[in-house]
Design a protein around this ligand. Structure first.
Ligand code: PGA
Length: 256
């Protein structure tokens, strides 16, 4: 297992938080603290904060991400945002298939697959989220569910594109609950995901960054990112606070 074959990434997911003033001060504070970061840093902000974040993050060692996109290039899709619109706004990453979108906004494996293809075609780096519910874990369905989510998400995507996708394993029961998967549980699930990717793409699976997400914070990050298959994190709550986010970035940097 060679972690140097793929980038370490710490990505923040602000979800539906922060107004433009908060965005300005966040990047003002973050910028000097991540100059020496040895991992890729991404901040996925709400659509309405993108323009402010693009200005406020200029010169900072981080990239901008969005939290969703539509799969159609344009047209009569009221309330939706296209890949080209995000690119135009200087966004480089997009979260796709977050469990909150699957749960509250009826996203399916099929729409996730379409969005992945649209993002790849349009030059955005997708952060694909997969993960099981508490019930699925308790029923022993976790590994089968992950395999099915991964296979459906990657349907029709070739190896060249597959390695551009960042995967985030996010057990639903750990998101926003303060309940983290243990480092061993996270490693087991992520190693399984890499195995599924290897069954689809062979050695290319070694080039795909797979992150952990779900109540990852300043205290538990170091133990998680030390695992051989865990290449970083997708951070919700703890990414809203600059000091916590930087501690997590430093933990990932220390692995490189
Ligand atoms: P959390 O969220 O860190 O607040 O649990 C993670 C996520 O949903 O991406």
């Amino acid at each position: 297992m060679n972690k140097s074959l793929r980038p370490a990434i710490i990505a923040g997911n602000w979800k539906m938080n922060k107004l433009s003033m908060d965005t300005m001060s966040f990047f003002y504070d973050l910028k000097p603290l991540i100059k020496e970061a040895k991992c890729d840093v991404v901040v996925c902000v709400p659509f309405t904060d993108i323009a402010t974040a693009a200005v406020a993050s200029k010169g900072a060692k981080c990239k901008l991400g969005a939290q969703n996109c539509h799969f159609e290039p344009k047209g009569a899709f009221t309330g939706e945002v296209s890949v080209d619109m995000l690119r135009d706004a200087q966004v480089e990453y997009v979260i796709i298939g977050h469990s909150e979108r699957r749960q509250y906004f009826a996203e399916t494996d099929e729409t996730v697959n379409k969005k992945l293809k649209a993002a790849l075609a349009g030059g955005l780096i997708p952060i694909l989220c997969v993960g099981e519910s508490l019930e699925q874990r308790e029923n022993g369905e976790t590994l089968a569910l992950l395999e099915s989510q991964i296979k459906k998400a990657y349907e029709g995507i070739d190896a060249k594109d597959a390695k551009k996708i960042v995967v985030a394993y996010e057990p639903i029961w750990a998101i926003g609950t303060g309940k983290t998967a243990t480092a061993d549980e996270a490693e087991e699930a992520i190693a399984h995901i890499r195995g599924v990717l290897a069954s689809l793409y062979g050695d290319t699976a070694q080039n795909i960054s797979i992150l952990y997400g779900g109540s990852m914070n300043a205290k538990n990050a170091a133990e998680l990112v030390a695992k051989p298959n865990i290449d970083g994190g997708l951070i919700g709550g703890a990414s809203l606070v600059v000091d916590d986010f930087v501690t997590i970035i430093n933990a990932a940097s220390a692995q490189n």
